[in-house]
Design a protein around this ligand. Structure first.
Ligand code: ACO
Length: 702
């Protein structure tokens, strides 16, 4: 573990600079928080006038403290912070926790940057500024102005919003979700989410890392650290807005809201995405208390048909549909229910189920190798006592001897159920007041296991790539002041990365067009080649199905005429004559260079699917072939690629290779390609390959 980061977040001694005897001040609350939470390290209040604060000796400056100071919490007004940070450096403090607001968040980046530079000069780390502070149950440390330590547990929360951190601190009690640490991260001038993944992944008191994220500064580093972390990470990302995407020049750009790239990145690095605060708590509870789920078989035990059906519906929704339990499981379970019960799945013990049936069915089922995850549902009845049911369940789970698979519970009823569920959580068993939530919790645990497995797959390195050639084409275009490549140039770049583009020649005269068409073979397609006309169809500058020499001559004239009508001053390179690929399933592949995550690839079905339904999916580049297959399966129109209504399946393997090569290209040429599209790409029957019919590359501004 990084000793400087440890000194900052788990200090053995703490100075509070700006400590105050006035109870309404934050500098008072922090000292009080440390005392009340039982912090066992040394506390050094720093105040220029007061010799004693809250019964502790105070010093005029941190430099006057005659002992080692690991970290300092800063609560002086913004204008004094830089000076105080320098004093901390001179004193040999490892890290500063700057609660003070009034820096980058209000536009004063200059002071914030200067403070970071000073901290770097002394090898110090900075948490903040503009934060609540740091809280840790296992260190009995409330180094913040949050009122108390959270409900104790094994999750650790990092929040970009300070106010939300305080709210979640309080909510941890009412929700019964336990945390060890709560870290307010504020402006992230230095310590960021990636640092905290690295730190918390080695923290013995953290079993699940929970994030509230507004925006990452360096998406790639976040992904790298998340991929190294074995512990589950769950994140709620706010600020989901497509603002700015509309201005993008390429098709892909207009479809790529930043939230889509976040979603993709989280998926790729195994971060579980929460949809809202409730979901964040629910996932945190499951991921912090239970092991991951190694297979797909969920068994549901219930005393009520209704909740059983709700759980069944939820299982299907989360992609883990229930299957009937094997015969031996059914036969054993039948012994613990009346004649009219059901031992299939859900296992309905019926409303008559009491403590013993729950105990026996649970103990047997949890230990059975077919069961990968168990959820036990209970509806409050007049003949049972929820707390007793809970106790019998815990006994059954413990006595089963199973520790490597998850169990979740849902009690539906009133106050007695709520109390029993709080007790279950205190015993390490996630409990929810709705059956769908207990199934969703298992799905989150399954997702984590899948992620651990997926990340073991290797990186993809395509063969026969000619990077130098691609870069030459780009630099030639830049040399004449261009920021967009023509279709022909873009296709040559694509070809250098092994993408199967249609054969294309540039004709500068009618005669040349005829010559190329004869060479390529009819029918051909002809299109304008002009850096000033990106949307060629809109300009009437694309002609298809040209079958003979006369049609070539006619098309050549019409394309030039239409192009000049569309944009009279357009620079025209010539007319592309190209192989007309037979039509099949049309898809789009594209890229954007996202400001947080860098190059990201988009894939979707073409035509109406992309125009109207926006049925596309993203990944941060590069990706391997396996990931490319997953992309094809996750769009809504995936069945079309699999072959519907008697149509044969499409060549998904060839398409996966195209996607992986494309992703490799945009990553390799990150400095050159701002946006790009291969649209359309035609996907033929299985075994017959893929053709990239049109290509567009917009260059980065240099
Ligand atoms: N060294 C030590 N102590 C000093 C120094 C110094 N160089 N300079 C001043 N002090 C003392 C002051 O004398 C005062 O102590 P006193 O009460 O004995 O006089 C104490 O430090 C605090 O200084 P004040 O001028 O009284 O400042 P105040 O407490 O009003 O405000 C604060 C300081 C809290 C840092 C304020 O500037 C601020 O930034 N507030 C916002 C903080 C915040 O909300 N952060 C989280 C944002 S996230 C969210 O969503 C909520």
């Amino acid at each position: 573990m990084d000793p400087i980061l440890t000194g900052t977040l788990k200090p053995k001694s703490l100075a509070v600079i700006g400590a105050s005897s006035s109870p309404e001040k934050i500098g008072y609350k922090v000292v009080e928080g440390l005392i009340v939470s039982g912090y066992e390290g040394a506390i050094y209040p720093i105040n220029p006038k007061d010799p004693e604060i809250l019964g502790r000796k105070a010093y005029a400056s941190v430099k006057d403290v005659p002992y080692v100071v690991d970290a300092a919490v800063i609560t002086v007004p913004a204008k004094f912070v830089h000076n105080v940070v320098r004093e901390c450096g001179e004193k040999g403090v490892k890290g500063v926790i700057i609660i003070t607001s009034g820096f980058g968040e209000v536009g004063d980046h200059e002071t914030e940057d200067a403070i970071v530079a000073t901290a770097k000069e002394f090898g110090m780390r900075i948490l903040g500024p503009n934060i609540i502070g740091v809280i840790s149950n296992s260190d009995k440390m409330n180094a913040s102005f949050a009122p108390f330590l959270p409900f104790a547990g094994k999750a650790s929360l990092v929040s970009q919003s300070g106010a939300l951190l305080i709210a979640l601190d309080a909510a941890s009690y009412s929700r019964g979700v336990g945390f060890d640490k709560m870290v307010s991260i504020g402006n992230m001038s230095d310590i960021d989410f990636a640092d905290l993944i690295a730190y918390l992944s080695e923290d013995d008191n953290t079993s699940c890392i929970t994030f509230y994220i507004e925006g990452l500064k360096n998406g790639r580093r976040f992904m790298e650290e998340a991929l190294k972390c074995d512990k589950p990470i769950v994140a709620l990302k706010s600020g989901v807005s497509a603002h700015g995407a509309a201005a993008a020049a390429s098709h892909t750009g207009s479809l790529a809201g930043s939230s889509k790239i976040y979603e993709a990145a989280f998926k790729q690095c195994g971060v579980s995405s929460a949809t809202d605060l409730n979901d964040l708590f629910d996932r945190t509870q499951a991921l912090s208390l239970q092991p991951s789920m190694k297979g797909d078989n969920i068994l549901v035990i219930t005393n009520g048909g209704g909740v059983g059906v709700l759980a069944t519906d939820a299982a299907e929704k989360v992609g883990l549909p229930l299957h009937f339990a094997p015969q031996d499981v059914q036969e054993e379970l039948k012994k613990h229910m009346p004649e009219f019960g059901s031992a299939k799945n859900p296992v309905d013990l019926t409303g008559q189920a009491g403590n013993e049936w729950y105990y026996k069915a649970t103990k047997f089922a949890f230990a059975h190798p077919w069961v990968d995850g168990l959820t036990v549902l209970y509806c409050e009845t007049a003949v049972t006592e929820p707390q007793e049911i809970a106790e019998h369940l815990v006994r059954a789970i413990k006595e089963s001897g199973v520790t490597d698979k998850p169990v979740t519970i849902s009690f539906v009823g009133g106050e007695r159920c709520d109390k029993a569920m709080s007790w279950l959580v205190s015993q390490g068993i996630p409990a929810y007041n709705s059956p769908d939530l207990s199934v969703k919790a298992l799905a989150a645990l399954r997702e984590h296991q899948r992620m651990l497995k997926a990340r073991a797959s290797s990186a993809y390195v395509p063969e026969g790539i000619d990077t130098a050639k691609a870069r030459q084409i780009i630099s030639d275009a830049r040399a004449i002041g261009r920021t967009a490549l023509t279709e022909i140039e873009a296709k040559r770049v694509f070809k250098a990365y092994g993408l199967p583009v249609t054969g294309t020649e540039l004709a500068r005269s009618e005669e040349e067009a005829v010559k190329f068409a004869n060479e390529i073979g009819y029918p051909v397609v002809m299109k304008i080649v002009s850096p000033d006309i990106l949307h060629k169809s809109d300009a009437g500058a694309v002609k298809v199905n040209i079958k003979d020499e006369n049609m070539v001559r006619e098309a050549y004239k019409v394309i030039l005429e239409n192009s000049l009508k569309y944009k009279s001053d357009a620079h025209i390179d010539g007319v592309a004559v190209q192989e007309m690929a037979p039509w099949a399933t049309e898809v789009i592949v594209g890229s954007v260079n996202d400001k947080t995550f860098g190059p990201a690839i988009m894939f979707g079905l073409g035509g109406i699917f992309v125009e109207v339904l926006k049925d596309v999916t993203f990944r941060v580049a590069p990706i391997n072939v396996e990931e490319a297959m997953v992309m094809q399966d996750e769009i809504k129109s995936a069945p079309i690629l699999r072959g519907v209504r008697g149509e044969s399946p499409r060549d998904k393997a060839a398409l996966a290779k195209v996607l992986a090569n494309y992703a490799y290209m945009i990553h390799d040429l990150e400095d050159e390609i701002a946006e790009s599209d291969a649209n359309p790409v035609i996907v033929y029957e299985d075994g017959k390959g893929v053709k990239v019919v049109d290509a567009r590359i917009i260059l980065t501004k240099k």
